[in-house]
Design a binder for this molecule. Structure first.
Ligand code: SAH
Length: 258
């Protein structure tokens, strides 16, 4: 089963799974919700998860899971990037069976398209892969992905987010071809996981959202990694606030339609 353009956004969502690539991006959120730690999603992988029941104001509740790609046991850093993200998302979907999958995290923004550090984007239009260059018939389009992004319009207001084209690649530093791609496609958010998770969500027939907070500006002269480290904690806090708003909106929505 797969999600198609004609599928309506589900009227009631009661089980929401969030996936984060970096522990700094989502640990505060999981702690704030008081979720229970279930350890690893698979005995052979560092991906891990937590879950819990979040009571709503109207007497109902939402079941929430938070998954992480985990820390690489050899290099002792978060396993960022597409492969660990898709693996963790798949395991989390099988284990938790969510009605909605959300990839939340940080991204590089573009000053040229109005971004500042702290800007929040909701993945819109389509999820792209900027570094899958496969000049072969059919595979070229498969490489770029262009996985449709869908959400109810009112979510932009709920999240106080801008609609943004999110593009995914496995490198932090962009090459010349990547920069051409960002300009040609009008990319707003450059990051390393969303399109891979969007494709997986589609395979599972699950609605998918990407909520991305800008930690660094791709087209700003400041070296990206320095800006990134300085902004990571502050921006992750702002992201956490928006995700809590998303849960409030889902709760009211499912209670009013119960
Ligand atoms: N430099 C960081 C780690 C890399 S940041 C450190 O030293 O800790 C990459 C992670 O943040 C990825 O999960 C990606 O999704 C997101 N990200 C934030 N800004 C990014 C950018 N400019 N380009 C690519 N990914 C970015």
């Amino acid at each position: 089963m797969s999600q198609t353009a004609s599928d309506p956004w589900p009227s009631s969502i009661r089980r929401v799974a969030f996936l984060f690539a970096m522990s700094a991006e989502g640990t505060g959120f999981a702690r704030r919700l008081g979720l229970e730690d279930h350890g690893n999603l698979d005995p052979s992988l560092p991906a891990h998860w937590l879950s819990g029941s979040i009571p709503g104001s109207g007497g109902g509740s939402l079941e929430v899971a938070v998954g992480f790609a985990g820390s690489d046991p050899e290099h002792r850093v978060d396993r960022i990037g597409t492969v660990p993200a898709a693996l963790a998302a798949h395991l989390l979907i099988r284990r938790f069976e969510p009605d909605l999958l959300v990839n939340a995290g940080t991204c590089g923004g573009f000053k040229a398209r109005g971004a500042a550090v702290g800007s929040i984007y909701l993945g819109s239009r389509a999820f792209l892969f900027h570094d899958h260059r496969i000049p072969l018939p059919g595979f070229d389009a498969f490489g770029v992905g262009r996985i449709e992004a869908r959400y109810p319009e009112e979510l932009l207001e709920v999240l106080d987010a801008e609609p943004g084209v999110v593009s995914t690649g496995d490198s932090f530093t962009p090459c010349a071809e990547d920069l051409e791609f960002f300009a040609a496609e009008g990319v707003h958010a450059k990051e390393m996981e969303a399109a891979a998770i969007a494709r997986l969500a589609r395979d599972h027939g699950l609605p998918f959202l990407a909520v991305k907070a800008v930690t660094d500006l791709v087209d700003h002269p400041e070296p990206e990694h320095e800006a990134f480290l300085r902004n990571l904690d502050r921006v992750s806090g702002a992201l956490e606030e928006r995700l809590v708003r998303l849960l409030g909106w889902l709760e009211t929505r499912s209670e009013s339609r119960a």
